[in-house]
Write a protein that binds this ligand. Structure first.
Ligand code: NAI
Length: 480
């Protein structure tokens, strides 16, 4: 029986391995992690991450051919194929701080593999890593080899949180990069055989190692670039009276462009886009490609601009101050159908409003109060380290309350911000919300999910990103 071990039981390692176990009943899959609470949660009824469909998959295979364990060394030493899916945060100190990927966790995983292995291994990069990481890993492994042969493969993960299980069941492509040697090709085939249990062969792409590593960074950069492009257009739409939904619909009808990822919003978030683009920028700079680096920097700048613009729009509409005013924040996760808050635009928007002394009442159906308070106090990039290395307990942020109901959040509020596109926000009773708010009552829809015309009929002053402005908003100046 082939044995797979995955180091890192996070948003990628957990769901990916659960699907491999489900689709390959004859393969034994063990997911290991240094975080005891995480593994305990994976072995309980309350999984550590929220992802539609994940519970069912885990329930079907856990205890049969899917296991979660903290005994990292034992399972690594017994495995034939080892996936490494650990954190690759942005460096906060030293060379490349604020841009380069911090490979501390990757390196320590590689050293541990070298220490405990007693048989040949295929080591698979599942984490998103800088180009040429495989070379560094290869050096660590082979310098400690004890006659053991290692083959390194790059198999970056393209799943999107919120649709991870569907993405894993039916991927657009699986990418496997390896050495162009006979042993490298044999390793590629071994991993291909795993995916071939359910992925059609024409969707399994094989490349050299460096193309696979770079393709992941490139794909995330292209996706983020589309969002920044449409968000840049949204500012121009507001200035000219165009409607960004109509513009992106018209643009997306061009088959060369396509309709996906063209929704204007308060900005992109998530653990990957910013981190991976910063990493790409750093690699460009290290290779003397300043113009290329500057091109990608702009994608992040526009994203920051969009978040600032949203905050400024709120403050300027509300008589240039939100000091002491209650603002209801609906949504904190970086997108719907996930509880993940890493790099969520809500952090910057909330911090911006708190900077102007607003009182925030936050409601998100999947994010805990503890997480929200951590996010509002943590330093940039600190979130992307294993939980036991993060700051211990969140300090109290005065002026923030976290509630479990949208009506409670909006009661007596001066304004409402929609920061995540949760479906349940579309069907709230906005007449009731209006009746219980201070007047004039404002709604700032950062995801364009509400029917602005209906809200205006009720009496709200409405701001929707990239849409014609209410006369009220036209008279206020929002400077970024
Ligand atoms: P995560 O933070 O949810 O999980 C990483 C896990 O690795 C943590 O539970 C941590 O305790 C564990 N870990 C760290 N060092 C370890 C070690 N030496 N031994 C055992 N366990 C260790 O991170 P996530 O989101 O799963 O991301 C992992 C990688 O996958 C990152 O490189 C990320 O960029 C990439 N990725 C993430 C995607 C996402 O949607 N979250 C999508 C595609 C790629």
């Amino acid at each position: 029986m082939v044995k797979i071990c995955c180091i890192g039981a996070g948003y990628v390692g957990g769901p990916t391995m659960a699907v491999i176990a489900l689709k390959c009943p004859k393969i034994e899959v063990t997911v290991v992690d240094i975080s005891v609470p995480r593994i305990t949660a994976w072995n309980s009824d309350q999984l550590p991450i929220y992802e539609p469909g994940l519970d069912e998959v885990v329930k079907q295979c856990r205890g049969k051919n899917l296991f979660f364990s903290t005994d990292v060394e034992k399972h690594v030493s017994e495995a034939d194929i080892i996936f490494v899916s650990v954190n690759t945060p942005t460096k906060t100190q030293g060379l490349g701080a604020g841009k380069a990927a911090d490979l501390t966790y990757w390196e320590s995983a590689a050293r541990m593999i070298a220490d405990v292995s007693k048989s040949d291994k295929i080591v698979v990069e599942k984490s998103t890593v800088p180009v040429k990481t495989a070379e560094a890993i290869e050096k660590i492994l082979t310098h400690n080899s004890k006659e053991i042969k290692y083959q390194i493969l790059s198999n970056p993960e393209f799943l999107a949180e919120g649709t991870a299980i569907q993405d894993l069941f039916n991927p657009d492509r699986v990418l496997i990069g390896g050495r162009e040697t006979p042993d490298g090709q044999k390793a590629i085939q071994a991993l291909k055989d795993v995916y071939a249990h359910w992925v059609p062969e024409d969707r399994i792409i094989t490349t050299n190692l460096w193309s696979a590593e770079l393709s992941k960074l490139a794909a995330n950069a292209f996706l983020a670039q589309r969002i920044s492009s449409v968000n840049a257009m949204s500012a121009l739409c507001e200035a000219t009276g165009a409607d960004v939904t109509q513009v992106s619909h018209a643009v997306g009808k061009d088959s060369r462009i396509g309709p996906k990822f063209l929704n204007a919003s308060v900005g992109f978030g998530g653990s990957c886009f910013q981190k991976d683009i910063l990493n790409l920028i750093y690699i460009c700079e290290c290779n003397g490609l300043t113009e290329v680096a500057n091109y990608w920097k702009q994608v992040i700048k526009v994203n920051d601009y969009q978040k600032n613009r949203f905050v400024n729009r709120i403050v300027s509409s509300m008589f240039n101050t939100v000091s002491g005013k209650k603002i209801a924040v609906l949504g904190f996760a970086f997108k719907k159908d996930t509880g993940d808050t890493r790099e969520t635009p809500a952090i910057d928007v909330c911090k911006g409003l708190l900077g102007d002394k607003a009182c925030l009442s936050i409601y998100d159906p999947q994010v805990t109060e503890d997480q929200i308070r951590r996010d509002l106090t943590m330093k940039k990039f600190d979130w992307d380290h294993p939980i036991h290395l993060q700051p211990a307990s969140p300090s109290v942020v005065k002026q923030v309350s976290v509630v479990w109901d949208a009506y409670q959040a909006t009661k007596d509020a001066h304004g409402v911000c929609i920061l995540t596109e949760w479906d349940e926000y579309k069907t709230l009773d906005y007449q009731k919300i209006y009746d219980n708010m201070q007047k004039p009552a404002f709604i700032f829809d950062g995801r364009n999910i509400l029917d602005a015309a209906k809200l205006r009929e009720i009496g709200f002053i409405v701001y929707s990103i990239g849409k014609s402005l209410d006369p009220w908003l036209k008279d206020t100046v929002a400077m970024a």
